[in-house]
Write a protein that binds this ligand. Structure first.
Ligand code: XMP
Length: 510
């Protein structure tokens, strides 16, 4: 790494934000676990080190700390929240239990101007989340800012060590971005040289060198990560890459054809489509327990992929769309994509094939992966799609799954999604879909009574998929959806809208 910042991760939920802010400035940033040995940290040649926030107490008997020598290498350090307390403790200050802690917005007041705070007004709002606090500064440090209840900012300009008790990376801290910017550019003297186009060029070169004239296989799901990885690798090595696309029969309407159209015909990629619907329906027959369904789908997927992979001779590499949040070790920074992948990953692949992994997106955040996708020419509609669970419609047909129910659901879901796009609502909600209940109810159509399934329309708004609210779609729009589904989809005569938040409900129904 040249010209970058290392973030040492003590477990704060905001860590990825620090990385993203810095990369948005055009500077490379990488997150490492706090216990990374100092030698290894230094081997990255960082221009600066940030110690993140974290949930524990530096006064606990086996507190998470860093090697004290970290502060003696002449590399600028910025401690954030817990990172400030680590810094104070290791350099001889005192950290004590606060009287009542500070959570949420707090008033920040500058006590002494400093490079780090240039342009920040004397009073501003910051975001706090701490109980312990620094009660005595280490020698050589000056107090440069306070908050309602605590020492909020300290600096040692000679040693280029800085610390803030608040979270500059969250948007509620009014001048947070400026503070990080000052650290990165004015204190660490980083240059702007992290650009996604550079990344693409560098990565293509790296893939070419690594793969040489060998063969690569990749499981293409149609999702963003595997698709972007596939197109990038294809740009580098062309038809040395074979993508295996398993059509489980549990995908959205016409998904399989669309994948073949975009990646096969448009990008001219070498894709083996495996129509494995029958196998999946056979294995799922009569199974209604959601976790068993997930297991069956996951195992069958691996088996089909494995069989296909074995048909290709002399393969040396297995490519995967692993992205940065999947890689970061701290539990707290594992976002929804990690949850998703742990359900679905092609992870358990053929050990005996001894394939070397090729993961070109390992360093990228999700929004960066999307940008790379757009840059590579993947249609925006695909790049900005809502997440879709690995087991697909297998967990959206509640109870036992069969082909007929999946077909009914596909039609209903397709109408809902089409109308969201048409009404300019798709990008305003985070995840939208239809669920098919294994419940029939009475209806009347024309002169006849019907006895058909009930569909539930679900749309959630969320930032992190850990908590979510139901989308406040208008009555008129819901009426349109309900009319279209009931009139056009044979097998459904009743539509309900899910108005549950997560928690206590979840986004999916199974
Ligand atoms: P829940 O239902 O837990 O969903 O609120 C949170 C996010 O995770 C997705 N999800 C899954 N993704 N396999 C996946 O790949 C699964 O089994 C699975 N279950 C939930 C869900 O779609 C949402 O984005």
């Amino acid at each position: 790494m040249k010209n970058g910042i290392i973030i040492l991760d003590f477990g704060s939920q905001y860590n990825q934000l620090i990385g993203r802010r810095i990369r948005e400035f055009g500077v490379y940033a990488e997150i490492l676990p706090f216990y990374t040995p100092l030698d290894e940290i230094l081997s990255h040649n960082p221009k600066g080190i940030i110690l993140s926030g974290g949930p524990s107490s530096v006064n606990a008997p086996d507190a998470n700390l860093v090697e004290k020598e970290l502060y003696e290498k002449g590399i600028p350090v910025l401690g954030i929240c817990y990172g400030m307390q680590v810094t104070a403790k290791l350099l001889g200050g005192v950290v004590s239990e606060g009287i009542k802690g500070e959570y949420g917005k707090s008033e920040f007041k500058i006590s002494k101007q400093n490079k780090l705070l240039e342009g920040v007004p004397e009073n501003s709002t910051v975001w706090m989340s701490h109980f312990d606090e620094v009660s005595q500064l280490p020698e050589g440090f000056e107090l440069i800012g306070t908050s309602t209840n605590s020492i909020a900012c300290m600096a040692n300009d000679d040693r280029k060590i800085y610390a803030v008790q608040f979270h500059p990376e969250v948007s509620h801290t009014e001048y947070g971005s400026e503070i990080i910017k000052h650290f990165v550019f004015d204190i660490c003297n980083c240059e702007k040289n992290w650009e996604l186009t550079d990344f693409i060029q560098a990565e293509i070169k790296r893939i070419k060198e690594k793969v040489g004239n060998k063969k690569v296989i990749l499981g293409l799901s149609g999702g963003v990560d595997s698709s972007v990885a596939a197109v990038l690798i294809h740009k580098a090595i062309g038809n040395q890459l074979t993508c295996i696309f398993v059509d489980t029969g549990l995908l959205r309407k016409n998904e399989g054809d669309k994948v073949m159209q975009v990646y096969g015909e448009h990008f001219h990629m070498n894709i083996k489509r495996v129509n494995a619907e029958e196998r999946f329906f056979f294995k799922l027959k009569g199974v209604d327990d959601p976790e068993r369904k997930r297991k069956i789908i996951g195992n069958e997927f691996i088996q089909v992929f494995d069989e296909e992979a074995h048909k290709i001779e002399n393969v040396d590499f297995l490519a995967q769309g692993t992205i940065y949040p999947d890689v970061i070790e701290s539990q707290s920074v594992k976002g929804p994509s990690a949850v998703i992948k742990s359900h679905h990953n092609v992870g358990g692949l053929p050990d005996e094939m001894k394939l070397e992994l090729l993961e070109p997106l390992r360093e990228l955040f999700k929004d960066e992966v999307r940008k790379v996708g757009v840059e590579l020419g993947i249609p925006e509609e695909l790049v900005y799609r809502h997440p879709f669970p690995g087991p697909g419609l297998g967990i959206r047909v509640l109870g036992a799954v069969d082909e007929e129910k999946v077909k009914i659901l596909q039609e209903a879901d397709d109408i809902f999604i089409e109308e969201l796009y048409k009404n300019d609502l798709y990008d305003k909600v985070s995840q939208a879909f239809v669920v098919l209940l294994p419940v029939k109810s009475v209806g009347v159509m024309g002169d006849e009574r019907t006895y058909e399934y009930t569909a539930v329309v679900r749309s959630a708004n969320t930032i992190d998929f850990m908590t979510a609210t139901w989308s406040k779609l208008s009555y008129e729009f819901l009426e349109l959806i309900s009319n279209r589904i009931i009139n056009e989809v044979k097998g459904i005569n009743r539509v309900a809208y899910d108005i549950s938040s997560k928690p206590p409900a979840t986004i999916e129904w199974e």
